[in-house]
Design a protein around this ligand. Structure first.
Ligand code: ATP
Ligand code: MG
Length: 402
């Protein structure tokens, strides 16, 4: 016996009446993407749920992959058997044995929509429950608050069994909230910020500023690797690499040292905003966290943010560094971020950056420098890479039953 389908329950989507179809369609595409690697599996969707028909594919592998898909609230493996008591007993025991954690207590909840079914719900509960008890040790029945509730539904065409509820990634389907540009450094924070924005349904394109020859090829590769990691969540992602050396050198030359960091951030933001506009995105995401470093004090953000009206999303703003590191570890980005190669900001970091920069002052200092033409040049010379997750199979074999 093997599980033959997986039930997928939507989270918040089902409460968003008007947008539901769009949301469900996005999620369907995202699930199909994952199922590309399982050629026999098929997807079927209804208003409230989706089903993956396994057709012999391994349920654990598919569940593992589905758990990463945003918008899925929970998953349950399920069995369909004939309306035969012996088969139902076998299936119940199989389900119990497949559970990822052995329960201390359980119950059977039978339902009968087929009124001609030869056994009452009480009889089904009793027969299947007794069979599991006889074939297990230390397990008890608890009808009020069981660790494992095996639901058995006798319908006209067959009997369905399901019980284990596996938590999904939650959030909203990727792409359902529009598009934003992620300012991706080689650090720990920005990939985590990217993850959270994708979880909330944003499609992401990355922007990275680099300053050769002060930053090396390896630090550039680090950002490409981070983008590749993030693109595992979506299947593919653009990375815009902005040459920033000329601007940084001009800042070093023209701006008083304790304001170079503030000016650098303002110029990055101005360029990022132009690239955002060119790519029809509506927000910029950063990995800033309040008070973490000099550029992330409220005074700094106030001075830096002045250069644009575009929404700046900062998913990590209230998070502690230790918690961010834990998430980076889970996402598998930590190891890449920890590679020691220099970032364009670290190379040019002044000894004592202002933690309370003032808008008037930074505007005054910048007024003597013509940055506009260099900004245009940087945007023009930006290199765009399309990074895609490697899929085992290229064709799209999903048989859509919807
Ligand atoms: P991170 O760990 O993401 O590098 P950080 O703690 O090092 O963050 P900063 O270096 O002050 O903090 O950067 C704050 C944010 O500015 C980053 O999270 C990122 O969004 C953006 N940023 C910094 N440097 C770059 C860069 N070279 N290219 C693109 N974005 C950058
Ligand atoms: Mg950094």
């Amino acid at each position: 016996m093997e599980f033959d389908h997986i039930i997928i329950r939507y989270g918040e989507i089902s409460t968003k009446k008007r947008n539901r179809k769009r949301f469900v369609d996005k999620m369907k595409n995202n699930i199909k993407w994952v199922l590309r690697d399982f050629p026999n599996a098929a997807l079927s969707a209804s208003r409230e749920r989706m089903y993956v028909i396994l057709n012999g594919e391994n349920h654990n592998e598919i569940i593992e992959r589905l758990r990463g898909i945003f918008g899925i609230q929970s998953l349950s493996p399920a069995l369909k058997v004939n309306k035969d008591l012996d088969e139902m007993k076998k299936a119940a025991l199989y389900y119990y044995r497949q559970l990822s954690e052995t329960p201390g207590t359980f119950k059977i909840s039978a339902k009968r929509s087929d009124k001609d079914f030869p056994y009452s719900t009480d009889e089904i509960n009793h027969e299947l429950g007794g069979h599991i008890l006889r074939n297990s040790e230390g397990l008890k029945v608890d009808v009020k608050n069981p660790d494992f509730n095996l639901r058995v539904e006798a319908r006209k065409e067959a009997v369905y069994l399901t019980g284990e509820i596996i938590r999904g990634a939650g959030g909203l389907p990727l792409g359902s909230s529009g598009k934003a540009m992620l300012m991706l450094s080689g650090g720990i924070d920005s990939p985590v910020a990217g993850y959270f924005s994708m979880k909330r349904g944003l499609e992401i394109e990355c922007i990275h500023f680099y300053s050769p020859p002060f930053t090396s090829e390896r630090s550039r590769q680090k950002v490409i690797d981070l983008t590749e990691k993030l693109s595992e969540l979506s299947g593919g992602m653009k990375l815009h690499i902005v040459p920033f050396t000329d601007i940084q050198l001009l800042i070093q030359k023209q701006i008083p040292e304790n304001y170079t960091m503030t000016s650098t951030r303002r110029l990055m933001l101005r360029i990022a905003d132009k690239i955002r506009e060119k790519n029809d995105a509506m927000a910029i995401v950063t990995g800033e966290s309040l008070g973490q470093v000099a550029s992330q004090t409220l005074n700094s953000m106030f001075a830096i943010n002045e250069v644009t009206n575009t929404p700046i999303l900062r998913p990590l703003i209230t998070m502690d560094k230790t918690d961010i590191i834990d998430i980076a570890r889970e996402l598998d980005t930590l190891e890449i971020s920890n590679r020691p190669y220099e970032d364009c900001c670290t190379v040019f970091t002044p000894a004592a950056p202002k933690t309370k920069p003032q808008r008037e002052k930074v505007n005054f200092y910048e007024s003597f420098v013509d940055f506009d033409s260099l900004i245009e040049k940087a945007v023009e010379n930006t290199e765009t890479l399309t990074i895609s997750r490697q899929s085992k199979k290229a064709e799209d074999p999903v048989d859509d039953l919807f």
